[in-house]
Design a protein around this ligand. Structure first.
Ligand code: UD1
Length: 342
């Protein structure tokens, strides 16, 4: 029998790509999502890519009673991948309680149910935001956690602490936190991808929407950073590559039946790219110009961060494989499909 995995937030951007990779690797998937920042259309995409339509339950995991009903309905659940969370840094500054309530309560509810219904394994979506601006680059998992720049970032830090404390108190619990750098791009089939709500906050959806004519111009936030071209540097990781790391993490949790604990891994490419490099690479691979203007720095942005991926490479046996070029092309193919551009 196939192992059944719960993917919370599974109709969302990273969740839908992970559902595809899980199904491709022979897992059975059940998705829980309240569709607050995604649509059920991604289920069609997952089905078209894999030939399998995952089970789907629409509800909010902050509703503990409803979550109990779910766990009772799926007694064969083997592990959880927890994506469901709010993620807009700016919004979290304006509505901190919304972020604390949603991102913390959902995890607490899941951990409660994992204990009650004896599902000991969870992969948690964390972020490189926990490192702030690291002193040494590339950043390793040993780098100190810095005071969070935003309530969003703080929820990721607190969630990791909740998981660490829970591992101490629940001897059966096995946790892997994956610290994502900057996930971008879409599935190579262009059947699933990122669907930002309203005006995108993140760079690549803004680039693709500008190229598609939805936005008049991209604002490049700052060209006076101490970086080679003056714009900020990030580690942009292909979303399908990132999704595969979750499948590897699930395999690791399910295989070490008697080894509880808390592990955490950086998920990036190990390479930093500047904002201007992303824009120019996008123009080069797509042949589509991006109208952009240099403006002042964005509050709260760090200068540069990219991952040391040695631990994920060695311990998980996972490595990012897709080039920035192919990843940006996949983002553009997805945008073209959304907008009906030939
Ligand atoms: C941030 C968080 C990350 C979080 C993500 C979710 C950090 C280090 N990273 O990523 O943990 O998961 O938000 O949204 O806190 N840029 C422009 N013009 C734009 C948009 C972005 O120049 O219109 C620049 C930014 O200034 C930045 C780079 O592009 O230098 C990447 O920005 P973005 O895609 O928003 O991601 P982060 O801020 O790195």
């Amino acid at each position: 029998m196939k192992d059944l995995i719960l993917v919370t937030g599974g109709t969302g951007y990273i969740g839908s790509h992970t559902a595809v990779e899980l199904i491709n690797e022979g897992y059975e998937v059940v998705i829980v999502d309240n569709l607050s920042n995604s649509t059920a259309d991604s289920l069609d995409g997952i089905e078209k890519i894999t030939g399998v339509r995952p089970a789907f339950e629409q509800f909010d995991i902050c509703d503990k009673q409803r979550l109990d009903v779910f766990f009772e309905k799926y007694p064969s659940l083997k592990a959880i991948i927890h994506f469901a969370a709010f993620k807009a840094v700016g919004e979290s500054v304006d509505f901190p309680l919304k972020y604390y309530r949603n991102n913390l309560v959902s995890l607490v509810n899941l951990l409660d149910c994992m204990h009650t219904y004896k599902v000991p394994s969870i992969v948690f979506s964390s972020s490189c935001t926990v490192y702030g601006q690291p002193k040494d680059l590339p950043v390793t998992e040993d780098a100190p956690i810095q005071i969070a720049e935003s309530p969003y970032g703080n929820t990721k830090q607190i969630c990791e602490e909740i998981l660490r404390d829970s591992v101490r108190s629940m001897p059966e619990l096995k946790v892997i936190a994956l610290r994502y750098f900057n996930p971008i791009g879409a599935h190579p089939t262009a059947l699933i991808g990122e669907l930002p709500n309203g005006i995108p906050n993140n760079l690549v959806p803004f680039v693709t929407q500008t190229a598609a004519g939805l936005r008049p111009e991209l604002r490049v936030f700052g060209d006076d950073y101490p970086t080679p071209d003056g714009s900020a540097v990030r580690d942009y990781i292909n979303v399908a590559d990132l999704a595969k790391a979750h499948v590897t993490a699930i395999g690791r949790l399910l295989n070490k039946a008697n080894e509880p604990g808390f592990e955490f891994f950086n998920l990036g490419t190990g390479r930093g790219s500047s904002v201007l490099e992303v824009v120019k690479t996008f123009e080069k691979v797509t042949g589509v110009p991006v109208n952009y203007k240099i403006v002042g720095r964005r509050a709260g942005d760090i200068i540069a961060v990219w991952a040391d991926t040695t631990k994920a490479n060695k311990v998980l046996g996972w490595k990012a494989e897709t080039s920035l070029e192919d990843t940006l092309l996949s983002a553009w193919n997805w945008e073209k499909k959304l907008r009906g551009i030939k």
